[in-house]
Design a protein around this ligand. Structure first.
Ligand SMILES: Cc1ncc(COP(=O)(O)O)c(C=O)c1O
Length: 398
């Protein structure tokens, strides 16, 4: 056998890869945040708060670290946190999950969703996503060897079209991913939507991955319709939530999944060889902090005030405001602005808005596989009031 000599150039060559995700590039969120930083624009693009979390939460994590809670926790998450999550879900949505066998703490919702998909999707299985959708779903399905089946939410209203969902279901359908409150549109599924979904899935073995990371951001007195409230859905659902969203700590990357024990058993097989577990002091800190429900119960009023401040300012422009029933996103249609750039496509419009007006936004087309362009962009209002006012001053000329 002719082995290459260690001094030959061949010895140092990096093998060429056949990409597992050939269509994936840098996400629009990274691109727009970088452009906002470069141009000094107010960054209302990427979805994260520019204010700090409650200092009591930091203290709770510090206390855990100082108490020596710094080694590996159990694979499924520390029991006190799983119990706190189970109590919260029971109180809010009336479904009892067993903290031992039905709740797992994850490294944010992103890892939870990937893990759920890897646990249940076999090569060739179909998974329905409702577009526009969060950008991790499609590559996650592709990594599992699944087939992505894209069903559009109704353009203009972003409400689910159950006729289209039913038409997309086949004997190969393994799961459907639902996200309410919905990123990017800010729509919230109603009781009748959940009942329709429950009815549609009842005669099938289709699983539900219910992305509920914005569960505590539902406004105007509406309830959050968790899949946990619907026995027929809860029995087939991985319900995913994120402490990052709820407690203004997106960088901590801690979330959780609740699912019936047989589903959770499969989830944990993947989880234990994926992240294995999630950092210990954060989990203890979150468990202690959750003893007081006020921070999440007060979240709708907190964010509704920001939404209203932002909407009142935008109402003085020619942007057409779409409803924002939940999440911390506000979508606007720019097709009636009095500037020539109103005819640009969404991605170019966002570039122009960032560079020329000084406010970064995200094009909705980034949430569609085919780049569907409806002249709508998304702003994030999880910002200090001063940041929002600053952005509004800049947007006022439009
Ligand atoms: C709909 C949706 N799902 C999941 C996530 C990810 O949450 P995490 O930061 O906990 O991974 C996000 C974050 O933006 C989101 O908007």
């Amino acid at each position: 056998m002719n082995l290459p000599s260690t001094s030959s150039p061949d010895a140092a060559h990096t093998p060429q890869l056949h990409s597992r995700l050939p269509h994936v590039g840098t996400t629009i969120f990274t691109v727009m945040s970088a452009l906002a930083a470069e141009t000094g624009a107010v960054n209302l693009g990427q979805g994260f708060p520019d204010f700090d979390c409650d200092p009591r939460l930091i203290d709770a994590v510090n206390d855990a670290m100082r108490a020596g809670l710094n080694q590996y926790p159990p694979m499924t998450g520390v029991p006190v946190l799983r119990e706190a999550i189970a109590r919260k879900v029971q109180t809010l949505y009336g479904h009892g999950y067993d903290a031992g066998s039905e709740i797992t703490v994850t490294a944010g919702a992103t890892q939870a969703i990937l893990t759920a998909i890897l646990a249940v999707v076999h090569p060739g299985d179909e998974v329905i996503v409702l577009e526009p959708c969060y950008d991790s779903y499609v590559p996650n399905i592709e990594l599992a060897g699944g087939v992505v089946v894209r069903v559009p939410l109704t353009p203009g209203t972003f409400r689910p079209d159950f006729g289209k969902i039913a038409a997309a279901m086949t004997p190969r359908t393994r799961a459907i991913i639902v996200n309410s409150p919905h990123n990017p549109s800010g729509t919230v599924w109603k009781r009748e939507d959940m009942l329709r979904l429950q009815e549609l899935l009842a005669p099938t073995d289709v699983l539900l991955i219910s992305d509920e990371v914005y569960e505590h951001m539902v406004y105007d007195g509406q309830p959050h319709e968790s899949a946990a409230r619907y026995p027929g859905l809860a029995a087939r659902a991985f319900i995913v939530s994120s402490f990052g969203k709820t407690y203004h700590v997106t960088g901590w990357k801690v979330g959780y999944v609740a699912a019936p024990a047989p589903l959770m058993a499969e989830f944990r097989k993947v989880h234990q060889f994926n992240v294995f577990t999630v950092n210990t002091p954060m989990q203890h800190g979150l468990a202690a902090y959750m003893a007081d429900p006020a921070p999440y119960l007060e979240l709708p009023a907190f964010y509704a005030a920001k939404r209203d401040l932002f909407r009142q300012g935008l109402a003085r422009t020619r942007f057409k405001l779409l409803p924002s029933e939940g999440t911390y996103f506000q979508c606007v249609d720019y097709s009636e602005l009095a500037v020539p750039e109103r005819s640009l496509g969404e991605a170019d419009f966002c570039q122009w808005l960032t560079r020329a007006v000084g406010v970064a936004a995200i094009p909705l087309s980034a949430f569609y596989g085919n780049g569907f362009d409806q002249h709508v962009v998304r702003f994030c209002f999880a910002k200090k009031d001063d940041t929002l006012r600053h952005a509004l001053e800049r947007l006022a000329r439009l």
